[in-house]
Design a protein around this ligand. Sequence first.
Ligand code: CTP
Length: 402
Amino acid sequence: MRGKHIILGITGGIAAYKSASLARLFVKAGAEVQVVMTPSAKEFITPVTMSALTGKPVVSEFFTANTGEWHSHVDLGLWADAMVIAPATASSIAKMAHGVADNMLITTYLSAKAPVFIAPAMDLDMMAHPSTVANIELLKSYGNHIIEPAEGELASHLIGKGRMEEPERIFDVLYRFFNDTDELAGKKVLITAGPTYEPIDPVRFIGNYSTGKMGYALADAAAARGAEVTVVSGPVEVKPSHPGVKVVKVESARQMLEACEPLFDEASIAIFSAAVADYTPAHPATSKIKRETTDLPSLELVKNPDIAATLSSRKRPGQLTVGFALETDNEADNARHKLASKHLDLIVLNSLRDSGAGFGCDTNKVTVFSPQGVVADLPLKSKQECARDIISLLTRYDPITH
Ligand code: CTP
């Protein structure tokens, strides 16, 4: 994305607030972003926010009122490597479809020579109306790329199709477009994510603070490269933002291993990012353990299976397995030891000593080891960016030459 020129068109819908995150993702990836807003978009998000994020004044009118400076939609259209309209309301979609050039955004759209990506956002009934459906078909017939809206709760509180796709996902579409990254097309990727819950009795469990954010970010990043991704996930709140990612929900480590077994055999890449509980109660009570028992209950624990080690030990040639190591002391030594003892090709080390890394954070700072040594030392970045870097590394990684 570095150096790419992106026009970010914003129209007047509630989802306009998400355009701020989208602009930030483009800028952080090194792109130059020029925001063009319709007059009504300014009712939803201010031009000041957008110009602060992009470092460029927002264009909205045909000319600046006090100076008379003319904003050339033709020049803008030539400058752009891609134009993204997010959110695109029903009204702007109709104007684009029929060439109703009554604002700067539509004139820029009509002048754009670069590929155009449109992320509709509207209420479910507007989305389903034959007029909108026909207009979207027209836009497709012009060669525009439609980033289909997701199903979910809408601003009206109704549930249905019409919610603008998440900024991360729109970013991925553009990222793939610029990087032509389909390296993982046709490949199956298995990812374990989240914590496991080990039952003590029907209402209590042993668990940990893992939120699954890193595992799900890896799943999104792999799916963005064309992979067929399945996440076998412990109990978490987070959801994949890429619609192609399949999720199999489990609770305990044993269930996680059971769900992974058949998927592992088919996978080209397996990434073990779950924080699996090492021990589980030997005899979970079948009814709730009561406070007023005569004896203080003691918890006998037994070892859980090591999912990464079990599956990696039966790896077939060409299959790549990647583990994670979350450490507080002797980080590099522990990570190298786990790499070898679990028969992994790569291990991603998070140190809990690094602020901004580890459970629950939105950021991560990792070092990736192969049996030969450090293959990447990534600075602190968002879990999404970190995931993209790890997936890029995997697509290039050849265990034979390393
Ligand atoms: N792992 C696993 N199954 C387990 C334990 C760990 O699949 N029962 C995987 C994790 O998903 C991770 C790697 O092994 O990819 C290392 O996990 P970690 O908890 O750091 O290592 P442990 O082997 O549990 O060692 P320790 O807790 O003693 O540091």
